[in-house]
Design a protein around this ligand. Structure first.
Ligand SMILES: *[C@@H]1O[C@H](CO)[C@@H](O)[C@H](O)[C@H]1NC(C)=O
Ligand SMILES: *[C@@H]1O[C@H](CO)[C@@H](O)[C@H](O)[C@H]1NC(C)=O
Ligand SMILES: *[C@@H]1O[C@H](CO)[C@@H](O)[C@H](O)[C@H]1NC(C)=O
Ligand SMILES: *[C@@H]1O[C@H](CO)[C@@H](O)[C@H](O)[C@H]1NC(C)=O
Ligand SMILES: *[C@@H]1O[C@H](CO)[C@@H](O)[C@H](O)[C@H]1NC(C)=O
Ligand SMILES: *[C@@H]1O[C@H](CO)[C@@H](O)[C@H](O)[C@H]1NC(C)=O
Ligand SMILES: *[C@@H]1O[C@H](CO)[C@@H](O)[C@H](O)[C@H]1NC(C)=O
Ligand SMILES: *[C@@H]1O[C@H](CO)[C@@H](O)[C@H](O)[C@H]1NC(C)=O
Ligand SMILES: *[C@@H]1O[C@H](CO)[C@@H](O)[C@H](O)[C@H]1NC(C)=O
Ligand SMILES: *[C@@H]1O[C@H](CO)[C@@H](O)[C@H](O)[C@H]1NC(C)=O
Length: 804
């Protein structure tokens, strides 16, 4: 139980650190026995001081109140974080109310002596015992026998705490379900219910109470997370939380379990806007680290039947499955030709959220081939997929509803094709306008295309049902950009020949090219099959077109013809920084002066992005391969595919549900909580500088002491006054000790765990320029300690959703 003690200690540390103490409240411990009662001002506090039960009012100074359970002594102080309410339908007059536990085991809320709410239970042994547990469960047991008569965990309100179930109990035919509060001050049940649908392949839905309409679903369980919520997989990185899924003849449920204090303080809330949010207490405050739905495609059947929803940064698009066409009579797509029993062709859709499973059948854990055969043997089977977890092979019949694709994660779905359809060519995305071939260079078309795309998006959103809209990021009018025609680019790149290939990015390949006028160009060609490409393309296009700085790669133009999406960029003679710093021979070409210039150049580019440009941009994927070098070794930041614009000053920090970026360069708060800010770029910058100085990769850094990564190693040496030992051997004696030490210390400041402790880019520039003493970095970066259990260092799970 050492862990428990540790938890208690840590918890008390927090409690004691707080100066706030509840006044006028008395606690009678964590247990209420028969013949006892609680009145306003009296509370139960769980043994480890995690939860408190008593009367509370969501409105200040109100004479009426509810019986509820909230976190004991955690912020926010003003408004308790209430996790459970007994009499949620109606409040009681506090001066006249009491919560009595009768000697025969019924817990009753009285108002003026009249029964207002009760558990309706009775104890056989006549020695009932009500206990508030550290889990937040209020358990009514029959005396010393551990028989539970009633527990609040079986009567959830809007909050799913660790250890609580959401699911279905076949023994009682009841579901463990959750309903949001009507409003922030009214805990009565709102319009929605979050519950698990006990289909043959169970799915966890949000339903509207009135119409029983499906509004969103998580998809079936794959053994580790809900298939429609692949970002849940990322939260495995928030270690110490176990997701449990049980499915047997008695019950089917989902539950989270905690292992440590920090992960214990997490809750999944269904809020009035029909959003599931997982909140985590990070030691200071509550933060959302998972939110569902997170985009338009998460809303049920957003694109209609047989149609795939794809969400990019700025827009949502719908696309018919192969073999289907848009049809005016249905919302979505209908078959081009009827399916025959003999149809034996399938098209494969990757990274999919599998369709609604209401009429699907689980065929158990069998191979992909065996699953295909089962589908072929069933004339009504229209699709199949094999997912991990208890359901294995799933086959569908009828219409395929609520399909979406993901950038990363999701499953392969095989769609049965009618016999004649042999082409593997995908249907074009409807939201993308195919533009006519432009005849010459410098036809000003790109801006027009983007405008049309935005109009089209407006028309697709009509398909949406009646639910709250996810807020969209705004995009200001795009500056007019030169458009190149495809023939010109083909000629310039030798028809995209292998020999002209410069590298491969997340969404496509970069080619070297030469225009007639001898100008060298780099052409980024988006993969035709990359379903999310168009939006990242548009993002990159609109951002980079608006940014001009000598330390940012310049966009010369674009080309959009048919399915092709090309970015024409200035050609950089020396490719990217990673080609130099990790390479034994090439690294000797970079002496200290060159490296220092590169560091300053990156800092300038980043300062411009963060502060000086018209837009304020967070790059989100800074790493050496995204730093390009021109013929004079001047660095230029490239690849704005996942960058974000922040307009105004208030949006300095924002939660994203889908951390994207590259391991080794991502800030801890981004990995753990999906929080990104200008300071997460600063973190990446710090890592890059240390890599430039040491010539080693943070991620695959290996030293005799494998428990350290590069960051931890540098910190350790720095503390021992041996920083210079990290210097790349290739530097020889070319360096200035003072500059090197200044850069190392500046980097250590940049990679601090707490984003607020990190400097801004303005401060970084000052540090690089001045000769004053720098601040001392506070603590060893935790990324290091995280490493000691091997989970980060050896985690080869592709977290680089769009990285290379
Ligand atoms: C509750 O009170 C009744 C009547 O005073 C008494 O008979 C009974 O033993 C008490 N029960 C408990 C559990 O104290
Ligand atoms: C209650 O009062 C506190 C402090 O005066 C305030 O911060 C808080 O917002 C109020 N809560 C509600 C629900 O009005
Ligand atoms: C609360 O009210 C709703 C509808 O008004 C009703 O369905 C539900 O049974 C009530 N719950 C309790 C505990 O009284
Ligand atoms: C509930 O408990 C209070 C305080 O112990 C007591 O005064 C009241 O009579 C009890 N109410 C009922 C209905 O038993
Ligand atoms: C419960 O346990 C206590 C002490 O262990 C004992 O004194 C008491 O008689 C027990 N009560 C019942 C109902 O078993
Ligand atoms: C639960 O419902 C099913 C179908 O409606 C029925 O067959 C079964 O007997 C019910 N079980 C219980 C315990 O009520
Ligand atoms: C189902 O419940 C019965 C009785 O409640 C129990 O004996 C059985 O072990 C349970 N089965 C499973 C798989 O939990
Ligand atoms: C969580 O899972 C790990 C690994 O499967 C296991 O060792 C641990 O006991 C689990 N913790 C809880 C609280 O269930
Ligand atoms: C619900 O949405 C409205 C409008 O978008 C917003 O003002 C409100 O804060 C949201 N409520 C919650 C609990 O997220
Ligand atoms: C499942 O089948 C029923 C009955 O045919 C139909 O009403 C329902 O819409 C189908 N559900 C799905 C998701 O296809």
């Amino acid at each position: 139980m050492a862990r428990m003690q540790l938890f208690l200690l840590q918890f008390f540390e927090i409690v004691l650190a707080e100066t706030f103490f509840l006044l006028g409240q008395s606690s009678s411990g964590d247990i209420l026995l028969g013949n006892n009662s609680l009145i306003d001002g009296q509370t139960l506090i769980s043994m480890g001081s995690v939860f408190q039960l008593g009367f509370f009012s969501p409105v200040n100074n109100s004479a009426t109140a509810y019986i509820g359970i909230w976190y004991y002594n955690l912020p926010p102080r003003e408004n308790k974080v209430v996790v459970w309410v007994a009499n949620r339908n109606k409040s009681v007059d506090t001066s006249m109310a009491s919560l009595n536990l009768t000697s025969d085991g019924n817990l009753i809320l009285f108002e003026k002596g009249i029964k207002f709410w009760s558990t309706g239970t009775s104890a056989e042994l006549n020695s009932p015992r009500l206990q508030l547990l550290d889990s937040g469960n209020l358990a009514l047991t029959d005396g010393n026998s551990s028989r539970t008569l009633w527990q609040s965990f079986d009567h959830g309100c809007d909050t799913l705490l660790p250890g609580m179930k959401i699911g279905f109990d076949f023994r009682t035919n009841t579901s463990w379900q959750f309903m949001p509060w009507m409003s922030a001050t009214d805990p009565s049940p709102g319009k929605y219910v979050a519950k698990m649908e006990a289909y043959n392949v169970p799915d966890f839905f949000t339903l509207s109470v009135d119409r029983y309409a499906k509004l969103g679903r998580t998809g079936p369980w794959n053994g580790q997370w809900f298939t429609g919520l692949p970002t849940m997989g990322n939260s495995i990185l928030v270690r110490n939380v176990n997701f449990t899924y049980v499915s047997n003849q008695n019950e089917t449920y989902y539950m989270t379990e905690y292992q440590t204090r920090s992960s214990r303080l997490n809750r999944l809330v269904v809020d009035a806007n029909l959003t599931y949010k997982r909140w985590i207490f990070d030691g200071r405050d509550w933060r959302v680290f998972l939110s569902f739905p997170s985009d338009d495609c998460d809303y049920y059947n957003h694109c209609g039947r047989n149609s795939v929803c794809t969400k990019g940064y700025y827009s949502t698009s719908c696309r018919c499955l192969e073999g289907f066409v848009e049809n005016k009579n249905v919302v979505g797509c209908a078959r081009k030709e009827p399916l025959l029993c003999s149809s034996n062709q399938f098209s494969k859709e990757q990274n999919m959220k599998v369709p609604d499973t209401e009429n699907a059948t689980s065929r158990g854990k069998i191979s992909l081939d065996a699953c295909k055969k089962l589908c072929l043997d069933d004339c009504s089977c229209v699709a199949y997929a094999v997912i991990n977890g208890p359901y294995g092979c799933i086959t569908w019949r009828g219409e395929l509803l609520d399909l979406r694709s993901f950038i990363d994660g999701g499953d392969d779905l095989y769609i049965r094709l009618p016999e004649s359809s042999t082409s593997n060519w995908k249907e074009p995305v409807w939201a993308i306008v195919v533009i006519p071939v432009s005849l010459g260079i410098l036809v000003l078309c790109c801006a027009g295309v983007l405008a049309r795309r935005r109009r089209n998006r407006a028309s697709t959103s009509r398909l949406q049902l009646q639910f709250p809209k996810v807020q969209k990021d705004s995009i200001s009018t795009l500056d007019v950009l030169p458009s190149y025609d495809l023939r010109t680019i083909k000629a310039a790149t030798n028809d995209f020949s292998e020999r002209n290939k410069l590298g491969e990015g997340g969404f496509g390949i970069v080619y070297k090219g030469q225009l007639d006028d001898e100008q060298k160009i780099a052409v980024k060609k988006l993969s035709r099959y990359s379903s999310q490409g168009p939006d990242e393309f548009q993002n990159e296009l609109s951002l980079i077109a608006k940014l001009q700085h000598r330390n940012l790669v310049r966009l010369l133009g674009c080309c959009m013809e048919g399915d092709e999406r090309l970015l024409i960029l200035e050609y950089m003679e020396n490719k990217s920084l990673d080609a130099f710093i990790y390479d034994k021979t090439k690294s000797s070409l970079l002496n200290w002066q060159k490296r220092f210039n590169i560091i300053i150049g990156i800092a300038r580019g980043l300062l411009y992005l963060h502060q000086d440009s018209r837009l304020r941009v967070i790059h989100r994927d800074l790493k050496p391969s995204n730093i390009l070098l021109d013929k004079d070794m001047n660095p230029k930041i490239s690849d704005f595919g996942i960058a974000r614009i922040f307009e105004g000053d208030n949006a300095l920090e924002d939660a994203t549900t889908r951390p994207v970026g590259t391991f080794g360069y991502m800030a801890p708060e981004y990995i753990s909580y999906g929080l990104f800010s200008f300071k997460s770029d600063v973190f990446s910058f710090g890592v890059i500088v240390l890599e430039i100085i040491s010539g080693k990769k943070n991620r695959i850094f290996s030293q005799t002491d494998t428990s350290l990564n590069l960051l931890g190693h540098v910190y350790k040496l720095w503390k021992e006054g041996r920083s210079l030992e990290i210097l790349d051997d290739a530097l020889n004696e070319s360096y200035t000790t003072e500059e090197v030490l200044r850069c190392i210390q500046m980097s250590l400041l940049c990679i601090q765990d707490n984003s607020e402790d990190r400097p801004t880019m303005t401060e970084v520039m000052t540090m690089l320029a001045s000769e004053d003493q720098l601040l001392t970095p506070l603590k060893q970066p935790t990324i290091t300690t995280t490493n000691s259990d091997g989970s980060f260092a050896t985690n080869e799970m592709s977290f680089t959703l769009v990285g290379r």
